[in-house]
Structure formats: C-alpha cells, structure tokens
Design a protein around this ligand. Structure first.
Ligand SMILES: N[C@@H](CCC(=O)N[C@@H](CS)C(=O)NCC(=O)O)C(=O)O
Length: 270
C-alpha cells in the first residue's frame, strides 16, 4: 500500500492527490501537523531530510519532492499516461514543473503567508514565533519567512511572487494560443497537474482575476481543469467551508494592494 505523509491544505500534496486520483490508486495517509512542528520529528526527518511534506513511501522506499513523486506514480503504475508521449513533449512538460518548483511555489508561499498564515502567527507568543523561525533550517528560507511575517504584502518577496505569477500566466496564455486543450497539447499531463493547485489557491484567495481577467485562454483552460473529477476529489472536496471562507476573506483583504503591485511590476517593464 502507498503511504503518503501530508499536511492539511498542503499545496504540494495537492499535486500528488491529483495524480493518485487520475491514476485511480489507493493510499494510506498520515497527517503531519506543521503548526506543531511535527515535520521536524527525527523519525520523519529520516524519510524527508528537508522536513517538508509530501513524502511517499512505497515498498520501503521513501520518495520526496512532489514533482518527482508524481512522475514516480505515473511510471510505477498502470492507468492513463500522465506524461507527454515524446521526449520533446516530456521536456516541454518538465518546463512547467520547473516553473512551479523554481518560482511559483515560493510565490504562492509568500502570497498565502502574507494573506493568511501571517495573521495566524500574530496570535502566537513571541517565543513560539521565534521557535518557528529558528526551525526553518535554510537561512534563505528563514529570511523570506521573517520578511513576509514583518512586512506582509509590502515584502520584496511578495512583489517577486506577484511578478512570477505574471510571467507564468503570460507563458500559459501564449502556449494555449494555438487552441490546444491542455498545457502540453491534447493529452492531460503532469504539466496541468503541476499548475492546478497553484491556480486554485489564487482562486480561493479571491486573487486569480488579478492576473487572468484579460487572459481568455487561461480562463478556458482553468474552467476545463477544475471540471475534472480529480480536481473535485483532490482539492475542492477536501476543503471545509470554514477553510474556503478564511482564504476568501484573508485574500480579499490584500487583493487591492496585490493588484497595485502587479501594476507597479508591469510599469517597470513598460
Ligand atoms: N519542493 C518541495 C516543497 C515541499 C514543501 O515546502 N512543503 C510545504 C507544504 S506545501 C511544507 O512542508 N512546509 C513545512 C515548513 O516549511 O515547515 C515539494 O514540492 O515537495
């Protein structure tokens, strides 16, 4: 049996859930409470030395990194092929994974954090907060964390995140311009799966239209993506009404400023 370590509302794990549903696989899951620092438990660190979720354990092997887990599941199990059919197609598909792993994941973390988790951290004691900052081993990640906690949407990291999303949606609109159904062509692939949770997060934060109001092809792709049964099973159906309402109200509170910062970025390019 596949064993998946996850956390509530973990965006990286949503990619894995989508893949599991598309491949029609069964799994057992163990919830890691990130707010209780369970990701730093020495036993868990043996499985995932970075102390993050998700982690997949299959036949005694621990597989980490959500993009790699999704590729592993597609290759290790039968069911619909979720990778492009040709080497060139797969290289193109992995460019979308790289977009996510090398920019959009951080962008989403900063934007979500500035909207929501920051508020939650304000309710911690100073000691709890400092423990949380200290536990983030990587100094670069810690600096981001502290900046976004202290400055919220004014943090330079949030600005970089807003710019990363602008580049991503621009590239999507351009690739979809030839009328293709999915991001890599007519086959639904891990390229689409990689994008979906991140687009969903912006939608739940009531921020998506800041980037896609004037991008009809992305809008049409998104309507197709969220109509897939796997989206409902893996993402929408797993969120409670309270979680949805919290995301909408926290995101809505920074929406105007996010739109202004996007305009500032576009003005810099002009
Ligand atoms: N590149 C990793 C990122 C994993 C990651 O950062 N996961 C977040 C949840 S989506 C996490 O576990 N954060 C815990 C922490 O930063 O303490 C992947 O795609 O698996």
């Amino acid at each position: 049996m596949l064993q998946l370590y996850t956390a509530r509302n973990s965006i990286c794990t949503q990619k894995v859930f989508l893949t599991l549903h598309e491949k029609k696989l069964a799994w057992d899951q163990k919830i890691i409470d990130l707010f209780k620092n369970e990701q730093y438990d020495p036993e868990y660190l043996k499985l995932n030395p970075k102390g993050v979720v998700p982690t997949l354990v299959h036949e005694g092997e621990s597989i980490v990194e959500s993009t790699l887990i999704c590729e592993y599941l597609d290759e290790a199990f039968p069911g619909p092929a979720l990778q492009a059919a040709t080497p060139a197609g797969r290289a193109h598909m992995r460019l979308w994974s790289k977009f996510i792993d090398e920019g959009i994941f951080e962008a989403t973390r900063e934007i979500s954090f500035s909207a929501m988790f920051r508020e939650r951290m304000k309710n911690m004691t100073e000691e709890q907060r400092q423990t949380r900052f200290r536990n983030v081993g990587d100094p670069e990640r810690r600096a981001r964390y502290i900046s976004t906690y202290e400055e919220g949407v004014e943090s330079v990291y949030v600005f970089q995140g807003i710019a990363s999303y602008e580049k991503m949606f621009k590239a999507m609109e351009s690739d979809l311009a030839d009328g293709r159904t999915w991001i890599c062509g007519e086959r639904f692939t891990l390229g689409d799966i990689n994008l979906m949770p991140f687009v969903a997060r912006l939608e739940y934060l009531d921020l998506l239209s800041v980037w896609i109001a004037d991008r009809p092809r992305v809008q049409a792709w998104w309507a197709r993506a969220k109509a897939r049964p796997s989206f409902v099973d893996a993402i929408a159906g797993k969120l409670t009404g309270d979680e949805m309402a919290a995301m909408k109200s926290h995101g809505g509170a920074i929406r105007e400023r996010v739109a202004q910062r996007r305009a500032e970025y576009l003005a810099q390019l002009a």
